[in-house]
Design a protein around this ligand. Sequence first.
Ligand code: DUC
Ligand code: ZN
Ligand code: ZN
Length: 519
Amino acid sequence: MLDSIIRNCRIVTAAEILPGLLQIGVKDGKIEVIGHNLEGDASTEIIDAEGAYVTPGGVDSHAHVQQDNSPTGDTWETGSRSAIAGGNTTIIAFATQRREEESIWPALEAYHKKATGNSYCDYGFHLILSNPTEQIYENELPKLVDEGVTSLKLYMTYVPLKLGDSDLFNIMLRARSLGIMTMIHAENSDIIDQITRRLVESGQTDTFYHSVARPHIAESEATYRAISLAEVTDTPILIVHMSAPAAIEHVAQARKRLLPIHAEACPHYLYLTSEKLKSGPHDCEGAKHVCAPPLRHNVDDLDELWRSVANGTFTVISSDHAPATFDHPNGKQRGWVDISGANGFSDDVSHKPARKFDFRNVPNGLPGLETRLPLIFNRCYDPSNPPTRADRPLGLNPLIFGQTSTDPILISLPRFVALTSTNPAQLYGLAGKKGSIAVGFDADLVLWYPKDFEGGLEIRNEMLHHRIDYTPFEGMRVRNWPRKVVLRGEVVFDRDGGGVKGRMGDGVFLKRGKSSLSY
Ligand code: DUC
Ligand code: ZN
Ligand code: ZN
């Protein structure tokens, strides 16, 4: 007998919106049947979707949770709670190998320990590799795959983590032979260092200059180099958190040649510009938006990214949830440096400021787990009213002139599902279990509201479930929000019925297989 039946669903998969109102029957946490007039008994729980769209549970494949380098970020408890409240039933977080460690196991053990029993949603790990040794290549990486960690993240910048081209080359070769998916943070470290040094020399260290120090070309050059290394080693890679149109163009060209190059978009790069990095004379508000790569300067850049979402250049949209608390000396305020003399006191009668802000000290990253799905759903067109080109004057066809932010680029609901759930599941070895609504899959579902909110819903930090004291999307309006979230058949979030219903420890570690998404 079925444990639960979810009725009146407009089911959306990456392929299509299934016709009519359907029922989903769940048994032992899995989808047992999809159809009409399903039978239950007295013990079967009935959930009514009331004709709303039902999408697969979100798979956020890029979230930094309780990392050692982020003392004011989210813990597993708060990060995963925020994840489910935003419709994510799976997140893939990171375990970081420290440079001084000769083995990957201390990192894996430590990060497992942090997550075990503390997650509201299912989870996996990518390993950040910062010290690749022969022993790791030969003995540890094969075992890592057996342990269900089938992806690596490599950095081309950040002193404690960055790897040179030889290491990238060798790791890619090994990853290829083991079927490991390799994620790359692509920014040219030397360009950033050289510009930063000159900015500092001229006293330009306010929040905004973080974005000046990391120009488009630093991202596009490193992206091209990473793609070149992937091509010469014939290895699939994903370039994470892409923000520069010139960089995404390199991906588009590579994909045109059927190279297995994937790209990841994030909501903050799609919605926000570097205007947000500006602070007042006595505050550091802009630090709330410091991330790397930086938010870009021009709204046209954002349109270009949306075009790449719509035309299939991006494979996934992740949050890159990497928050730091704003109002905390070890959080975003860490940028303040004392320039008044010893002990932070100033006897200086010339009223020179006692402190200045230095963007080099700010932890990079933004919160975003809970807002990812609503922000992307927001750009889906209503299937009952699809955009039509028929009534546009021929010469203004957006395919010829491109759309503008006043005429936003919209995507289909199936593409939304592909980018936020199905593709990340397939890319990172969760195919057949996560990322779709089909018989045999985990019953991970998001029930949206049957009608969009009239006038939209305003995002406010106080309604979110992370432990961070701000959201970069404060005041933005979205059309809809996850109403109910189901994890392996259990309602873990009910927005109208008390909020979070799940418990810490509901989430389990997912041993992932090999990637099944080629290009
Ligand atoms: N950049 C990263 O590389 N990681 C975390 C967040 C960020 O902004
Ligand atoms: Zn990164
Ligand atoms: Zn990241």
